[in-house]
Design a protein around this ligand. Structure first.
Ligand code: PLP
Length: 419
């Protein structure tokens, strides 16, 4: 696409955009009645308008039915997770039985590690990104300790080459082969939260399997952002949160993928709870855990109806838009942002990959001088990116509710700042 940095051009793209109507499904932010260009959908997605009615429905059933809501409610709570898995599975490229919505992200990461990180004396190492999202670092560190290992020895950190910001796929694969005898698991983000780099999950999984390790991914920044094919890529497990690109509210629920080759193995070690127990037997209150087939067999507790009601409503919107359409628009929209930002290349560097296959919505920018000052200035111009220590401005135009005109406005504000 040949982009132009003009308002007419941006508005023309908005006119041609088949997803532009989805803006109306969200509460867009305003200040003094002026539109705010929200670029933080990678951190907390905006609120879909249908969420309120979805919550009200559950509150009504609770108020009117009490405990009977489990069976008599409009969406019987007893089976609530079933209402989410089909649409969630489409988003990550999985069979329905490979996905379960439950808990929160970091808790689910630990649960998956319990099953998929089974270190032996020889094969005990965890490979992850250096400077991964802190929660993932703490999770891996304490998983190593849980098995009596020293994290400094057990964790292999992937670092970019000197002077580079990104990890090269060839270097990741080489590191996996280098550790062919002692690597137990590769656990990476699908998209790095800081750089916006999307990893080649298929190639990484294949290499891990070749040397006898497992591969799991934290898709916090990938779910609802990239087109994922977890099943076809043969990924062992994945976890994601639902409040970033999936717009399901602060602290919202989380998703888990367990490849069916593991999900139907009742002997796979896990930490269990009654909601993961065979549904037909659940209320017989008997001794002896019999897991449900598939990812559902990792559930612990009865469903958290309110966060799941939000997610259900949000999934309906994403499903209607279609992840393929969203990705198509996202490539155009982020490409447009990149085009606009390139006008300021003497002042800033975009560290996110230029290749569209190696990124999603987000562009991460390092400003050569006083990045925080530019960030603060943009806020005063009703543009809301986010700031990540030590020196990055992240901007994520989201195809569901950001427009090409939004992106054009970013360029206008930057012009005022730099000129
Ligand atoms: C957002 C994010 C988290 C947050 O974890 P919660 O358990 O949902 O608080 C963890 N890891 C990554 C990679 C993230 O991007």
């Amino acid at each position: 696409m040949l982009y132009k940095n003009t308002l007419t051009f941006a508005q023309q793209l908005d006119k041609e955009d088949i997803l532009s109507k989805f803006q109306n499904h969200f509460h867009l932010l305003k200040k003094d009645d002026k539109h705010i260009v929200y670029l933080c959908g990678n951190s907390l997605g905006l609120q879909p308008k249908n969420v309120k009615a979805a919550i009200d429905q559950e509150l009504k059933d609770w108020a009117e039915l009490g405990v009977e809501g489990h069976f008599e409610g409009k969406n019987p709570w007893m089976y609530y997770h079933h209402f989410l898995t089909e649409k969630a599975a489409k988003i990550v490229g999985a069979n329905e039985s490979e996905v379960i919505i439950m808990n929160n992200l970091t808790a689910n990461l630990h649960l998956m590690m319990v099953s998929f990180y089974r270190p032996t004396k020889i094969r005990y190492k965890i490979m992850m990104e250096a400077s991964a999202f802190p929660s993932d670092q703490y999770a891996m560190e304490t998983q190593a300790r849980f098995h009596g290992l020293n994290p400094d020895d057990a964790i292999i950190e992937l670092k970019p080459r000197d002077g580079e910001y990104l990890l090269r796929t060839e270097d990741i694969l080489a590191k996996i082969y280098e550790h062919k005898d002692d690597l137990a698991i590769v656990m990476l983000g699908g998209v790095n939260y800081y750089t916006g780099q999307a990893f080649d999950m298929q190639a990484i999984t294949k290499a891990a399997h070749e040397i006898g390790a497992t591969a799991g991914f934290d898709l916090a920044h990938a779910a609802g952002n990239l087109q994922l094919q977890l099943h076809d890529w043969d990924v062992d497990f994945a976890v994601w949160c639902t409040y970033k690109y999936l717009n399901s509210g602060p602290g919202g629920t989380s998703g888990v993928f367990v490849n069916e080759c593991h999900g139907n193995n009742p002997d796979l070690v896990r930490f269990a709870g009654w909601w993961g127990h065979d549904e037909k037997e659940r209320f017989k209150m008997k001794k002896g855990f019999i897991p449900m087939q598939g990812a559902a067999g990792w559930q612990l507790s009865n469903a958290q109806i309110i966060p799941m009601a939000i997610h259900k409503a949000s999934l309906e919107i994403i499903d209607e838009a279609g992840i393929e359409n969203l990705r198509k628009k996202s490539i155009l929209l982020t490409g447009y942002l990149e085009f606009i930002l390139n006008d300021f290349s003497q002042h800033l560097t975009i560290i996110t990959p230029k290749n569209k296959d190696e990124r999603g919505c987000q562009l991460s920018i390092i400003v050569k001088k006083d990045g925080k000052k530019l960030f603060d200035y943009l806020q005063t111009k009703n543009i809301m990116p986010d700031w990540r220590e030590p020196d990055v401005i992240r901007m994520s135009p989201v195809p569901l509710y950001n427009s090409f005109e939004d992106v054009y406005r970013v360029g206008e504000a930057m012009k005022e700042y730099f000129n």
